[in-house]
Design a protein around this ligand. Sequence first.
Ligand code: ASP
Length: 596
Amino acid sequence: MTTSETTASSSATSMRTHLCGELRPENIGETVSVCGWVGRRREHGEHLAFVDLRDYSGIIQCVVDNDVDVRSEYVLRITGVVRQRPEGTINDSLPTGQVELGECQVEILRKADPPPFPIDSRADEVDEMVRLQHRYLDLRRERMQKNLRVRAAINSSIRGAMDAQGFVEVETPMLVPSTPEGAREFLVPSRKEPGSFYALPQSPQLFKQLLMVAGVDRYYQMARCLRDEDLRADRQYEFMQLDMEMSFVEQDDVLAAVSEAVLEATEVSTGVRLPAIERITWHDAMERFGIDKPDMRFGMELTDLTAVFDSTGFKAFAGAASIKGIRVPGAAADYGRNKLDKLTDHAKSLGAKGLVWMRVVDVGEGSEGSGFESPVAKFLSSEETAALRSTMEAETGDLLLIVADEWMTTCEVLGALRNDLGRPPVHEGPYNFVWVVDFPLFVGVDKETGRPKPGHHPFTTPHPDDLDKIESDPLSVRSIAYDLVLNGWELGSGSIRIHDPALQRRVFQALGISDEEAELKFGFFLNPFDYGAPPHGGFGLGLDRLVAILAGEENIREVIAFPKTQSGADPMTNSPIPGDPKALAELGLKILPPST
Ligand code: ASP
């Protein structure tokens, strides 16, 4: 998407006729006025200087009188005549590179102090703290202006797609009760009721479900969600979500509505309409990619080797519940002992008992070798090495990595290694959306209570085929919960909600939530269902992540105008700051000394 498509007429104001970046040979001879910031200034002979004037649309070279004292980032209005650049000074890499402004009258609108970093791509190398401290200068740069505009275009295309599908945008409150979605919440003290707190919404979950009871039928909102969780490249305290909910639906209806919105957003920012989004079950995603958010842009899928080693004499493999391997094509030569030791340590830190590595080598004619260079090769029979080679379709020069463990550990460790060793950078694209469906209803067992832990929130419908296993074999119960994944990033999740009170009680019971506790915690939310809740389901899609990927950025901070640092601070406004004692007293709060 280029910003230079803006037409002169739509961006003209009482101070300017054109944007800097939109002047072209067609404008030659016109007297124009442009406004912006001084990018570069170069001397041009004895009496003249070149000044590059910049606004969000680009830059235009202006030839000004050398006596005019203009410096970096001064804000100017320049009126001049568009003319062809002289032979030899044409710059083909610049959209305005054929022309320049001559006979310039320069008006200084505001002087500027020298900026702490250059307002161009060189700032990419500057410490992020400094960029964030002067975010208004960082945002003045082309890359950041592009990101803000990609974001705006995506927001507006998503709104358009939701509106076109009959969804109604409804705003929900920011001061809410605690919700049971699992993340740590921000609390806001109540002045009227000292000692009581609101929570900031993790998502509008409760309200959107009540909107279904209210008969809204199709709700959406570009919603701000807040979670007090440690920040990472794809996580901020505050983030934006396309939040939606629909009535009288099954899973297919929700997936279709969300797919339309994200495919529309992708088309708006890339120009390409992708085909329908494919689906994979959670189980298959784990089996093939070792992760519930598979990056399907590249191969290196997990190969099951349990059968290959089912009667092995090799101790580390014998009796293992699951043996799998990945093949890193052509990587044998790159992985010396040192690197392999590091990979093994990494695998162990992820929970594996160990990592078996094997370099695939040439079996010379008549040679006795196994075809593998590996400390474990001598423990494997020739049948096993032959079966390994063919099952993994291994070729000379490949590196094989094998894990033998519990199924989940085997999958997760190899899934992480696969990403570490094979995943292309975000900006390389292409865009590979996938729906991951049939998530487990429960994930693991709470060590303290011995109860299964909910995989999603406790209102998620169990899979109809698994209802009889809720009590007897809870961990094998699937749910009608689904995630949307793009290039290995989880964009969001959703579910069809429990609609039958008896089923809701069974799920609460499995989680160890008594009737009394359920009434206390969720009564205000679930009791209204008794007034006639329609069957419903929905989804929450992380917009920051979608925008980051479509803008080719690895970190969501690059697509958020005013993000927090990794440690949750805002160096521009210096927040958070200690509470004012008067305000604390009014709220009935006392700060305890930090615990040591
Ligand atoms: N509230 C859920 C979330 O934020 C999404 C949903 O279930 O609709 O992940």
